[in-house]
Design a protein around this ligand. Structure first.
Ligand code: DWN
Length: 400
C-alpha cells in the first residue's frame, strides 16, 4: 500500500489492533452476524501522515450513520462560537455562501441560517440530512468529491467559507476532496478544517480513537503538505480540547492571511511528529492501559460489583473489543434515541436510555465517551450522589 496523501511506498508499522467490527456498526440483535476488518496503523516518513492500511466501503459506515453532532452541548457550543467568530472575521452577509462538508444534522450551519447567511450542507446520510433540512439547512445527500465541486461551480457557486469538521480523517480519496475544496473556494475564501490531532492521540494514549472510519490521523505538517499540494496554504491553526484534542486549521489561496501561530506549531512538530521514533513505542503504552483496565474491571467483578458502560461511542466499541472487557459490563447507556434498543458491536451489550442508571444504580459506570466527561458527569449528579462512581479509561485508568 502507498501513502494516502503523498503516494510514497515507505509506510512503517505503528500498531495493530487486530480484526475489529465497525465501531459504529450497532446491531439490531445480539445474534446479528457482523463483519470484522483488520485495523493496522502505519506512518509515512515522507509526509508524516499517520494512517490505516485498509479501506472499508464508506456506504457500510456512513449510509445508516447514527452519530448526531447535536448530541453534545459541547459540540453545539463549539460550533456556535466558531460561526460567530467567522461571520465577523470574514464580513459575511446575504451575498456570501458557506458550505459544510459532512454537515450532519445542521448543528453548525443552522447558526449561519439564523444570521441570514446562505448555506449549503453536504452529507451522505439521508436520515441525518433530513434532520438538517428540518433545521432549515439545505443539504445535498451526497459524498463531497471533486466531481460534486465541479457541478457546484457549473451552477454558479463559489464559497466564501467551507467547513469540514471531523471529516478529513474519514476520506479514502483525500486528494480528490482537497482539490474539490481548492476549486470551490473564492480567491480570498477560507476553509476551516477541524480534525483530531495525532499528537494528542499519541501523548494521551487515545488508541480507542483508532477505528475504520478514521483512515488518517493528522499533524499540522501532514495537513500542510496535503493542502499545499492543491494550492492552499495553512494560514492559521488552533489546538482545541474537543474530541480528546483536535486541530482547527484555516487554509486559503491567499497566503498573506498567514498567522505566526502556524510557524510556532510547525516548529514544535519538527524532529518529533515527523520522526518515526515518536510513534514506535505507542503500542507498548497501549498494552499498559489495556492491562490496567482489564485488571481493574476483573477485580471489581470478583468483588461482586456491578459495572455498566456510559455512551455507545465509536471509541467505546474499540476500547471494549480491544481490551476484552465487554464481559464485565451489564449494559451500556446512551442519550442518542437512534442507538437505544440496539447492541454494541463485538460485545453485544444492550444500549439503554441513561435513565436506567438510576433504576439499577450500578456501582461503576465506565465512561466510553471520556472526551465529554465534564458534560456527562454534570448530568449524572444524582447517580454520583447515590454512591455511583465513574471509571475514566483514557489517558490512564482512574476512578473519579
Ligand atoms: O469522528 C467521529 C467522532 C468525532 O465522533 C465520528 N467518527 C464518530 C464519533 O465518534 P464517537 O462516537 O467516539 O464520538 P463521541 O462524540 O465521543 O460519542 C458520543 C456518544 O456519547 C454518542 O453516542 C452520544 C453519547 N452521549 C451521551 O450518551 N450522553 C454523549 C453525551 C455528551 C451525553 O451527555
Amino acid at each position: 500500500m502507498n501513502c494516502r496523501s503523498c503516494g510514497m511506498p515507505n509506510l512503517k508499522p505503528i500498531l495493530s489492533l487486530g480484526n475489529m467490527p465497525l465501531a459504529n456498526g450497532l446491531l439490531k440483535s445480539p445474534e446479528e452476524p457482523e463483519e470484522t476488518y483488520p485495523l493496522d496503523l502505519v506512518f509515512c516518513p515522507d509526509c508524516t501522515l499517520v494512517q490505516l492500511t485498509g479501506n472499508v466501503d464508506p456506504d457500510k459506515m456512513f449510509k445508516d450513520y447514527k452519530y448526531y453532532s447535536s448530541g453534545s452541548k459541547t459540540m453545539l457550543k463549539s460550533a456556535a462560537d466558531l460561526v460567530e467568530k467567522t461571520i465577523a472575521s470574514e464580513g459575511l452577509n446575504k451575498d456570501s455562501l458557506v458550505i459544510e462538508i459532512a454537515s450532519n444534522d445542521g448543528y453548525l450551519l443552522k447558526n449561519y441560517v439564523k444570521a441570514g447567511i446562505p448555506v449549503l450542507g453536504i452529507d451522505p446520510c439521508q436520515k441525518i440530512a433530513i434532520e438538517a433540512m428540518n433545521n432549515g439547512v439545505p443539504t445535498y445527500i451526497k459524498y463531497f468529491k471533486l466531481e460534486l465541486a465541479k457541478d457546484l461551480i457549473d451552477s454558479g457557486m463559489h464559497a466564501d467559507v467551507i467547513h469540514a469538521n471531523n471529516i478529513m480523517a474519514h476520506l479514502p480519496y483525500l486528494n480528490d476532496v482537497v482539490e474539490g475544496i481548492s476549486i470551490l473556494l473564492k480567491p480570498n475564501g477560507i476553509a476551516i478544517i477541524e480534525t483530531p490531532y495525532v499528537r494528542d492521540m499519541i501523548d494521551n494514549c487515545e488508541f480507542d480513537t483508532i477505528y475504520h472510519e478514521h483512515l488518517c490521523y493528522y499533524s499540522l505538517l501532514a495537513l500542510s503538505m496535503l493542502f499545499n499540494r492543491h494550492g492552499l496554504s495553512v494560514v492559521d491553526v488552533e489546538h482545541l480540547s474537543i474530541h480528546g484534542g483536535s486541530l482547527r486549521v484555516t487554509v486559503s489561496h491567499n497566503a498573506e492571511r498567514y498567522n505566526e501561530r502556524v510557524y510556532t506549531m510547525a516548529a514544535s512538530e519538527t524532529f518529533t511528529l515527523d520522526d518515526y521514533r515518536y510513534y514506535e513505542y505507542f503500542g507498548k503504552r497501549v498494552e499498559v492501559v489495556k492491562d490496567d483496565l482489564s485488571d481493574m474491571l476483573y477485580g471489581l467483578k470478583s468483588n461482586d460489583k456491578h459495572i455498566v458502560g456510559y455512551a455507545a461511542s465509536a471509541k467505546g466499541a474499540v476500547l471494549m473489543n480491544y481490551c476484552g472487557i465487554g464481559q464485565y459490563l451489564d449494559y451500556v447507556v446512551d442519550s442518542t434515541p437512534a442507538k437505544q434498543g440496539l447492541y454494541t458491536p463485538g460485545t453485544h451489550l444492550e444500549i439503554c436510555d441513561p435513565s436506567k442508571l438510576l433504576e439499577t444504580q450500578p456501582d461503576y459506570a465506565l465512561l466510553l465517551a471520556w472526551n465529554f466527561a465534564d458534560e456527562i458527569m454534570s448530568k449524572e449528579q444524582e447517580y454520583i450522589k447515590r454512591g455511583g462512581k465513574f471509571i475514566v479509561p483514557i489517558p490512564r485508568v482512574r476512578i473519579v
